[in-house]
Ligand binder design. Sequence first.
Ligand code: SF4
Ligand code: SF4
Length: 307
Amino acid sequence: MSSLTERVREAAMEAGADLVGFAPIARFDGAPPELNPRTIYPPTKTVVAVATRHLRGALKAVEEGTYWQAYNCDNYWYLNEVVAPQILRRVSLTLEEDGFVGVPVHNPFHPHSGRQIRDDQPDGPDGMVSLRIIGVAAGLGELGMSKLLLTPQFGPRQRVFAVLTNAELEPTPLLEEPVCDGCLSCARECEACAIGDTRDVTFTIEGRQFGHAPFDASACAKVHRGDDPRFSPFWNGTEAEGEQPSYSRFLQHRFRHLATCVGRGCLRACLDHLEKTGRLERKYNTPFIERPRWKLNEPPARPNADP
Ligand code: SF4
Ligand code: SF4
């Protein structure tokens, strides 16, 4: 019979995972308490990381400036709410069959929302972890300057989920060769100027240093959600003051998510760079970016706006 590690890997892959890795909990010894997997499941011995790739075509449609629903449905809602629960459930059940506990960790978070229950907890429920750092600790990849997880197979093009278990599984080695070459396409092409240009934010796992550039989450959020009319095609100038474009309301209602930027710098420019420089294992027949990138002119004037 194959080892439990192999059976967990097979269960995850059969359920739809593209990548699977195993991080012993000691790899999180340096993590801040509020981001430590132990805050969700204190007896954790292994963190199982699974990654599911984004559809490249859904990113391509945004790159062409033609279609946003595929990203918001397939790469966000479907991965988070359909594929991930299936994978996490299969992994957790595989662990349960051998008598172990598997706690599935979903995305997104509403972190540390409740009041503390026990004295030995660092904070109240729901706890939080960094799924990107879990991806690094489980050997799936490294963080790029952009702070996204980059893998040798897909670059920045995946989502990561996790199962915390009290089983001791065979560790996956940390990634040896870097994927990010520091080209800074991510920072140059980010309309929000949210990504810095030096790898100043660092952390260490088993003596290896990983890191990313400083990241301005609030600057990103406005452009990411399409709240800045300069960078969203969905403002048509008829919106009242304080009102979102109707398309933004549609996306949020239909897919419970609102991605308009779709990683112009951090995801799409990075992917194109890594593919064109031959740094990824996956090869395609046509380049990701094939013509000059779209960029909007001045935003449309709002009705009743001052001249
Ligand atoms: S765009 Fe370049 S610098 Fe930025 S994360 Fe990707 S490879 Fe690294
Ligand atoms: S999602 Fe868009 S705004 Fe946010 S960091 Fe990426 S490129 Fe910049």
